[in-house]
Design a protein around this ligand. Structure first.
Ligand code: CU
Length: 142
């Protein structure tokens, strides 16, 4: 039948076209950008941190955030908020002199035991602002 033959040709052409998709293309559908969005991989993002998300530490003298790109320090901030409390007055986050993707907030007096949330905001070189938050705990006794 003619329609069945056309369907087979269409499937073959689709398979050929798929084989030309570069291997660097995202494999997971939900990472694909929607119209008007910048692909997620091109945005600045938090790579890792110290303390890590959900980590319990015995003491902490700074928050360190490593980003995937060097942010604009003027649009970048870190807040530390104790559970049920107000943001701590810790001054401004600073860019590491050795690593322009590392932003640090000093906590010279350390933190008392308890749960904390870090709220961060970072401005990419392209002007996009990205924000996020994660929690960590300081255990009692040193
Ligand atoms: Cu961007």
């Amino acid at each position: 039948m003619r329609t069945r033959w056309l369907a087979a040709v269409a499937m073959a052409l689709t398979a050929i076209a798929m084989s030309f998709v570069p291997s660097s293309a995202p494999l997971v559908a939900d990472t694909a950008p929607r119209a008007g969005e910048v692909p997620a991989a091109l945005h600045l993002a938090l790579d890792h941190s110290a303390p890590e998300a959900d980590e319990t530490v015995s003491s902490v003298d700074r928050v360190s955030l490593w980003f995937t790109q060097s942010p604009q320090i003027a649009g970048t901030s870190i807040r530390v908020v104790p559970e049920g409390g107000e943001p701590l007055d810790l001054g401004k986050a600073k860019m590491s002199a050795e690593d322009d993707k590392l932003i640090e907030l000093a906590i010279p007096d350390g933190l008392v035991a308890g749960a904390y949330t870090i709220y961060w905001r970072a401005m990419a070189q392209d002007g996009h602002t990205v924000r996020g938050d994660f929690g960590f705990r300081v255990r009692a006794g040193r």
